[in-house]
Design a protein around this ligand. Structure first.
Ligand code: FES
Ligand code: FE2
Length: 352
């Protein structure tokens, strides 16, 4: 019996399209950090599945999100990120204020009965927690706080103010792997002994503790006794002996460390292609005292992720095999995978 998804769920364009319309249009997704948009008029764009979103700072500490689509005839209003005092569509130069309200159009006399007050760039729900900006494309009544289902309390155990993290490095990988294989690999630690015996040897593999909350996975990873003793000597202000890790469905993996926090964002590009963005942050204290350079972290992360990507590429190939299946899942150590399948089945009717 197959306890997992049928192989074609990892490469079929119809399944991918369905996932975009169900999962990715009906979940809170992590977009950016509040610190990415410090000034009035700062904006950035985010591709949420097939949807393009603008997040913009209105001033007075208020952020809003809207679709990056001009109500006139559908052109993208902006690209990338920047600062503006109004939004001017590049196609016919309709002008919108920072709230997305139509303010001006060229040759207005060409339009009869055009009431500016009725034309607004379509808004998108936005909320923040701990300096994280999330958006939800659905007009969901589920608040971000309900959606996070205790994940924010879990992260509070990392005894640093989440609002104050400072970005210190960022890079990304684009891999020929379906996004779900990348998630499944992340939420189980059963493979640590075999894939990462050296690259993750700072962790006590046998005592990794995974639980679930809402749609998410909480993964407490203890350091080995030797590593913890070393940390206590080198970073005496850092009393934590766990790396708090976890997956916020569908697009964010959070990993704390005594030196930094890393956020990994999963961006599905096609049924067989996914970008994984890695962004490293530090608190002021960590930044001024850290003895590890960010280039060195990149080497360490790179090692771990290449070990993971290699096996995920192998699964991607074997998803086409007539023999592909998930026959058993380990208690505790593959619990995150069973939970992920369950969450997916709330959005998709799984047919074998
Ligand atoms: S599509 Fe934007 S002004 Fe025409
Ligand atoms: Fe791994």
């Amino acid at each position: 019996m197959n306890m997992g998804l049928p192989g074609y769920y990892y490469y079929d364009p119809k399944i991918f399209e369905l996932e975009m319309k169900t999962i990715w249009c009906n979940s809170w997704q992590w977009v950016a950090r509040v610190s990415d948009l410090p000034k009035k008029g700062d904006y950035l764009t985010y591709e949420a599945g097939e949807q393009s979103i603008i997040v913009i700072n209105q001033g007075n500490g208020q952020l809003i999100a809207m679709h990056n689509v001009c109500p006139h005839r559908g052109a993208s209003l902006v690209q990338g990120k920047g600062n503006c005092h109004q939004l001017v569509c590049p196609y016919h130069a309709w002008v919108y204020n920072l709230e997305g309200q139509l303010k001006n159009i060229p040759q207005a006399n060409l339009f009869e009965d055009l009431d500016f007050s009725t034309i607004q760039i379509q808004p998108v729900q936005l909320d923040t927690w701990g300096g994280f900006i999330f958006v939800n494309l659905a007009n969901s009544s589920e608040s971000l706080s309900d959606y996070l289902a205790g994940f924010s309390d879990y992260l509070k155990q990392y005894n640093h103010p989440w609002e104050d993290l400072i970005e210190v490095a960022r890079w990304s990988y684009t891999e020929a792997i379906n996004w779900k294989f990348i998630v499944e690999n992340y939420v189980e630690d059963y493979h640590f002994n075999t894939l990462h015996p050296k690259s993750l040897d700072l962790f006590d593999f046998k005592n990794v503790y995974t639980t679930t909350s809402g749609r998410h996975c909480l993964i407490e990873v203890p350091y080995t006794q030797e590593e913890f003793a070393d940390l206590k000597l080198s970073l005496p202000w850092e009393p934590q002996n766990f790396s708090y890790q976890g997956y916020i469905f569908p697009n964010l993996m959070v990993n704390t460390d005594n030196h930094h926090v890393s956020l990994w964002r999963v961006v599905p590009i096609s049924p067989i292609s996914t970008r994984l963005e890695i962004i490293i942050y530090q608190t002021k204290m960590q930044l001024s005292n850290s003895f590890r350079a960010s280039e060195k972290w990149k080497i360490i992360f790179d090692q771990v992720l290449q070990e993971d990507f290699a096996i995920c590429r192998n699964l991607q190939k074997n998803a086409h095999s007539m023999a592909y299946q998930v026959s058993h899942l380990a208690r505790m150590r593959e619990l995150g995978i069973a939970h992920f399948y369950k969450v997916l089945s709330e959005f998709l009717v799984i047919s074998y």
